[in-house]
Write a protein that binds this ligand. Sequence first.
Ligand code: GLY
Length: 345
Amino acid sequence: MEQIILKTPAARSDIYVGCPWKTVHKLLPRSGVAIITDDNVMRLYGDRFPPFPVFSVTPGEGSKQISVVEQLAGKLLDTGIDRSGMILAIGGGVVSDITGFLAAVYMRGIRFGSISTTLLSQVDASVGGKNGVNLGNVKNMIGTIRQPEFVICAPSMVVSLPEDEYLSGLAELIKTAIIGDSELFDTIVQDTDGIAERNETLLSAIIARAVRFKASVVAEDEHETGLRRILNFGHTLGHAIELTQKIKHGFAVASGMELATWFSFAKGFISEEEKGMITGILRHFRLTGTAMPCEDEMRRMISHDKKKAGSSINFVFLEGIGRATVMATGIDEIMEFYRNIHNSI
Ligand code: GLY
């Protein structure tokens, strides 16, 4: 087991990778705990839950709504959870986003921790404190940053995920390698079979490595005023693809990463070989190849992006494998690139 400590000026988050999830008993108070989960996780793992009241939401992005958070707050109040209490999220990215937001706003803030059940949430969503809900079909428009006290990542749960859920998380893991860890990229490229077979020892090692990188970025820039922006690699175009094509987050981000890689190449920041290696690994795991939104839809979607400032977006480019950089880029320039690509595929 590996314990990774994420320290920010105001908080500390302990992330345990590769530990049995019964470890949670040591991390929870004896009383005043409520569990937030979703119906799938409840069905699969409900018999292992610690003995506290459980509130379960409908699985999927549709639950990331302010009305769901309001209903859950009412349930916490009815159960008598007060400021001395704690909320435990058990689930993937949606559960972690809702629970973190609820913990940040309920009674102006209570403690929370999570057991992260998907690869996507283990390497990204549950680590770093971002939370929130969607506003209409604009992703994560309402939210806060609040660090969980602990996150338990059990790779044994990843082993039993449905294939599309696993691959969706793998896209975020590959993202980490591309933006910040060329050795992790090499490991992934060299052991694609172990990854496809979900070798638990390999998964524990690469999940821990991805979490370590993310924790170091968040420790330096919790509120995303600079460095943390690199974690959005592939997300500007990816979010637009996700919402228009209604596909899983990781697949949309993978297509967004492919486009951002081509954009980086078009600007002369990376070599043809690097472009080929990135495109190759994404294609190897069949993460890309989805249909793309038309130009008008893409422009409308990226104009709502949180990374927008005036008529520019803080767009994440690559300078090499393991090296990302952020540049304010005009929406018109992004759209010109997109038009050329869209017309050629
Ligand atoms: N998911 C990107 C971040 O946590 O900043």
